[in-house]
Design a protein around this ligand. Structure first.
Ligand code: HPA
Length: 245
């Protein structure tokens, strides 16, 4: 069974028949909501909206540890994380889908590890390739099967938010080697690796990042809403295709 972690614009899954909701208590506090278990295209999946079902939890306020730990209590084969991002590389325009293969982490003050306290030995997980290669390949195959083009590979920069970046910050991210920018990819990916759960990201570009192309002067929220709406319908198609692979 796959888990789907939905981001902005994907707090519900159209076509998903809910069978049960599970309120999972965790040693790390409350997850973003109840885990929703049900059927999608004849296959069982579990869904969790990382910003909460009413989209009220900001990126820096998400309890990533509780979310990941809650999912780990179910017998899941992998986590498919969906997120909206800004495009830094000039060719990554709104509507484009990216399956990144690298991460730069600019977040701070987030609870970013399960290895804490005196009771357990410190572990330094390997994170050279932060996303699960097999799951990335399945995502790309699934997209191909429904005729969706995805950009395979790219570097995801995770900023702290909740504000968007300045143009100078985006220039720095570009110099650092980032292709897309979002606010929720970390510590989520690292926590999944600590729990040894395969994890991959499907990112929908919803705007050009601050200072880039059409966002030279400002980022248009009206444009973002439109792109999110159209894009998430395509994301759903890919997820449906993926569970049937
Ligand atoms: N920056 C950070 N996060 C985002 C953006 C952005 O431009 N667009 C969507 N999520």
């Amino acid at each position: 069974m796959y888990a789907v972690l939905g981001g902005s614009g994907l707090s519900q899954l159209p076509g998903f028949e809910v069978v049960k909701r599970k309120v999972q208590r965790t040693p790390y506090g409350e997850p973003s909501g109840a885990l929703t278990i049900g059927m999608l295209a004849g296959h069982e999946i579990v869904f969790l909206a990382r910003h909460g079902y009413g989209h009220t939890i900001a990126p820096h306020e998400i309890n990533y540890r509780a979310n990941l730990w809650a999912l780990s209590q179910l017998n899941i084969d992998g986590i498919l994380s969906v997120a909206s991002v800004g495009g830094i590389r000039p060719d990554l325009k709104p509507g484009q889908l990216v399956v990144p293969d690298q991460i730069l982490d600019y977040t701070h003050g987030r609870e970013a590890t399960f290895f804490e306290g005196d009771s357990q030995a410190v572990q330094h997980i390997d994170f050279t390739w932060p996303y699960d290669q097999a799951l990335r390949s399945s995502l790309c195959l699934a997209a191909d099967a429904v005729g969706e083009q995805v950009v395979q590979g790219g570097c995801y920069a995770c900023t702290q938010g909740p504000r968007l970046e300045t143009a100078a910050e985006v220039k720095r991210l570009a110099r650092d080697g980032a292709d897309i920018v979002g606010m929720t990819g970390m510590p989520e990916a690292a926590l999944a690796r600590e729990l040894e759960i395969p994890y991959a990201h499907l990112a929908l570009v919803v705007n050009q990042a601050a200072g880039v192309g059409e966002s030279a002067h400002a980022i248009s929220h009206a444009q973002i809403s439109k792109t999110v709406h159209e894009g998430m319908a395509r994301v759903m198609g890919i997820i449906k295709s993926m569970v049937q692979l």
